[in-house]
Design a binder for this molecule. Sequence first.
Ligand code: ADP
Ligand code: MG
Length: 348
Amino acid sequence: MSLLEVENLEVYYETEEGPAQAVDDVSFTLEEGENLGIVGESGCGKTTLAKAIIGILPDAGYVNGGTIRFKGDDMTEMTGEQRRRLKWEEISMIAQSAMNSLDPVYTIREQIVEAIETHRPGTGRTESQQIVTSMFELVGLDPDRADDYPHQFSGGMRQRAMIAMALALEPSLILADEPTTALDVIMQDQILKRISQIQDEIRSSMLVITHDVSVVAETCDRVLVMYAGKVAEEGPVEEIFNQPYHPYTIGLKRAFPNIRKTDQDLLSIKGYPPELIDPPQGCRFAERCPMADERCREEEPEAHYMNDLRTYCHYAEDIDRELRPRADDPKTWRQTEAARAVQEVGDD
Ligand SMILES: Nc1ncnc2c1ncn2[C@@H]1O[C@H](COP(=O)(O)OP(=O)(O)O)[C@@H](O)[C@H]1O
Ligand SMILES: [Mg+2]
């Protein structure tokens, strides 16, 4: 049994124009002790996926279908109480914005101790204090600062406090949503190393959501590439980096070396992801794909298994011949549909 099995998951948001299909038919598994990276441009559903797993979707969000099995139990069928218990004790989230996850009216120490005492009744005061001290040391914070309030911390310190808090209960699953975005590169490396160390000790698994490919390379065993709410491709980290088969991953890969700073770099693929309220019926990447044809615009691709990868592209088998040889040419990714149509007419 896998630690986490997500199957055909659909998570929608109610909007005035109809439901936005933020996560649509997403399936993957996560084994015990394994780290899975989730990458893709902004707005492709990464945070929504994590929130659905831990059960903290905003009011407008809902699971429309599919299952999320944690240690074999379907979480979508659990009561609020059962889920609350799982949260922190078994699953914890290091959120994108640490400020929103820390309560401004309590000191950091009070919050960590409260979490420990709520979820692990029987832990004595002295032991809780020791956990706070050791967690602070692990994330590189001075334990004397534990009695500060969140607003007394800098952004980077709050992020580290958040990480300390998320790890204090030794969860079996950590959902890290852009865990180090607020930190500078050196701090980021230190924190990642520490998270990995702690993980090794407590044998937890982690979903690492990030657009920073260096973070994925350092921490993950496998990678799931999401595009417009769907899985584009999934597989071992080396294969995703070295020989991906989905045109979207290949396009992203071009941006990998300078991906460190912003989402902006990903836009070396011309255009933007489609609207999720009324998404295109075929492949969602078709509009931006240098290989797309009529079939791609009409028919949704099924999974193709290429080496150890699961690739949702009709033409996965043709990639080596058709796209890989011209993937490094910026023109390949700048060509618009209109330009291609004109060219095709010319070619006839
Ligand atoms: N509260 C909300 N109400 C409506 N739509 C939302 C809400 N939160 C996110 N979305 C939409 O869901 C999609 C996925 O968002 P998100 O999961 O935050 O993506 P990512 O984390 O990959 O940037 C986006 O199109 C976003 O606009
Ligand atoms: Mg996000």
